[in-house]
Design a protein around this ligand. Structure first.
Ligand code: FMN
Length: 365
């Protein structure tokens, strides 16, 4: 479990998530066992324009390490400059987003569309690597192809080979194609194929990890080195420690099966939920100010509510949150007491609206 020179304490990573994985989400996760975290994708040109976009891009704190700053763009030069800014701001790793299913802009590829324009992708890989000191590791985030064609898989491997040749330290593979966006299942056998092809390289696996059991199962079934936990971590910062607990039990000499092992997990108590919610909102306020924090935290609160025994009623109260006062009101009403939490209902696990992500990605265009 290494990203270049950086040794990770556990194989579970907080994914890059536009609109979510800001310093607030990352910090709350880290305090609950997350060993490695990635920012949301930052558009290089927005960073280079300075101002608020830049401030948001370089927002890390002392407890937010090791952390990867993720950048996305089309031009080798602007990507290289953005990478230098991020490295200068203290990011431990620079991750290039070649995965986001944003549309092409002005016939230039970016995100997952690099899988259609390998030459451009290779130029970006090279320019970023050349712009950084050797001590700063670089990684790429890729989908398994643009579409299901064999040519698309060939292009995936061309980009990957170039990344290794340039000295990239790891690759994150999302088991969906760009065309698939967030629909359908992620293809885990492809992750296994990539790991088998490059047994000595660090591979992060991504797609359909919603529970601690899924996270451990991905390690076991695909052999990837690190599991990238995305939608499954929204409103669930406990997933990192739970996955680690399950993994330790599964790999202990007693070697309990996953079903027996999960008896050792308990959902977060009401008190633990309140602590996480309060911390999350407080840091979000520092970053975004009250009004924007209220809007961003509403969708977080909705996801956190899955662990409350009265989840439907708590959720509808979170939907009405606009301000710190509203937020505090929900916490006082539902989270003041002690008591056990519940595991989310099976149908709640996958309900993060992937459509919202596409809007977020495209809004950044
Ligand atoms: C709301 C949302 C925002 C996302 N933003 C990013 C991002 O900024 N950077 C990135 O690399 N991936 C991003 N992704 C992709 C996820 O990190 C992850 O690869 C994908 O959701 C598949 O994992 P999952 O099925 O376990 O959620 C986003 C996904 C969603 C749903």
């Amino acid at each position: 479990m290494r990203i270049g020179p950086i040794q990770l304490a556990s194989p579970f990573c907080q994914a890059g998530l536009a609109g979510y994985s800001d310093r607030a989400m990352r910090t709350v996760a880290r305090r609950r066992g997350c060993a490695y975290a990635v920012t949301e994708a930052m558009l290089d040109v927005i960073m280079l324009n300075g101002g608020e976009g830049l401030r948001r891009s370089i927002d890390i704190s002392d407890e937010d390490h090791p952390v990867a700053g993720q950048i996305m763009g089309s031009e080798p030069e602007t990507m290289a400059r953005a990478a230098q800014i991020m490295a200068g701001a203290g990011y431990d790793v620079i991750d290039l987003n070649f995965a986001c299913p944003v549309k092409k802009i002005k016939n230039k590829a970016r995100g997952g569309h690099m899988l259609l324009d390998v030459d451009r992708g290779v130029s970006v890989l090279k320019a970023v690597r050349d712009a950084l000191p050797p001590a700063v590791p670089t990684t790429i985030s890729l989908r398994r192809g643009f579409d299901d064609s064999p040519e698309s898989t060939d292009r995936f491997y061309q980009l990957l080979e170039s990344a290794w040749a340039e000295g990239y330290s790891a690759v994150r593979v999302h088991g969906r194609t760009v065309e698939q966006k967030y629909l359908g299942r992620a293809h885990w056998p492809f992750l296994r194929e990539v790991k088998q092809r490059y047994p000595d390289k660090t591979i992060l696996g991504s797609g359909d990890v919603f529970t601690p059991q899924d996270a451990v199962r991905m390690l076991e079934e695909t052999g990837v080195d690190v599991v990238w936990i995305a939608r499954g971590a929204i409103g669930n910062p406990w997933i990192f420690r739970q996955a680690q607990t399950l993994l330790q039990i599964a790999r202990s000499p007693a070697g309990l099966g996953p079903h027996e092992a999960e008896q050792h997990l308990t959902p977060p108590t009401i008190h633990e939920q309140r602590e996480a919610l309060a911390e999350h909102f407080a840091i979000a306020m520092q970053i975004h100010g009250e009004s924007l924090a209220g809007r961003r935290m509403r969708k977080m609160g909705i996801k956190y509510s899955r662990f409350h025994p009265e989840s439907a009623r708590v959720k509808s109260d979170f939907i009405a949150v606009h301000s710190l006062r509203d937020w505090t009101g929900v916490l006082s009403k539902w989270y003041a007491g002690e008591g056990p939490g519940v595991w989310p209902a099976a149908d709640a696990a996958d309900e993060v609206n992937a459509g919202a992500d596409l809007q977020t990605c495209e809004a950044g265009a």
